[in-house]
Design a protein around this ligand. Structure first.
Ligand SMILES: [Zn+2]
Ligand SMILES: [Zn+2]
Length: 175
């Protein structure tokens, strides 16, 4: 597993590639950033780190699947991730912000980079705002909480589902 913070001076000018694979790596990425994602097996990320005079250039990709509950019905949902990214982190801007929790930090008179933070931020960017089990998800009944994808709930029949209303009328006519 990669170290959390790396001195940028350890990375050659021509750049260095980092690979993120394996369960432990992803568990660490999610835990450090309080991400409530369940990463499927086989999730991979590549990150190229290229030190520049005034900052660091980052380029990479994330591919794989994330399991997360559907926001409508709470059943398991799957998100396919295929995300490419390219960004530049500026030393001067980082120093001006002084947030201390970002991708770069200046410590013991050298610049350090948190490569797992890069991947975590990009993974969050790649995730949709709303995770659905399917685009047609009907969600839960607002009255009884039943999963509407699994069929009609009881209160649906009481409040007059149009399809059931037809049956009710038929019953009346039969009498
Ligand atoms: Zn759903
Ligand atoms: Zn209901």
């Amino acid at each position: 597993m990669h170290y959390r913070w790396l001195p940028i001076s350890d990375i050659p000018v021509q750049g260095r590639e980092f690979y993120f694979t394996g369960e432990q790596e992803w568990l660490a990425i999610c835990a450090e950033n309080n991400l409530d994602y369940e990463i499927s097996q086989g999730m991979t990320a590549e990150l190229g780190v290229f030190p520049q005079k005034h900052g660091v250039y980052l380029k990479g990709s994330i591919k794989g699947r994330v399991n997360s509950p559907c926001c409508r019905c709470l059943e398991p949902g799957v998100v396919n991730i295929d995300h490419q990214f390219e960004l530049f982190e500026d030393f001067e801007e980082t120093q001006a912000e002084q947030t201390g929790a970002g991708i770069l930090k200046f410590e013991n008179s050298q610049w350090m980079i948190n490569i797992r933070q890069v991947i975590s931020e990009q993974l969050q960017l790649a995730m949709p705002d709303k995770i659905l089990c399917g685009s047609e998800c009907l969600g839960l009944c607002p009255v009884c909480g039943e999963n509407m994808n699994k069929g009609l709930c009881r209160c649906g029949s009481v409040s007059g589902d149009p399809r059931l209303a037809v049956f009710r009328q038929l019953k009346i006519k039969n009498k």
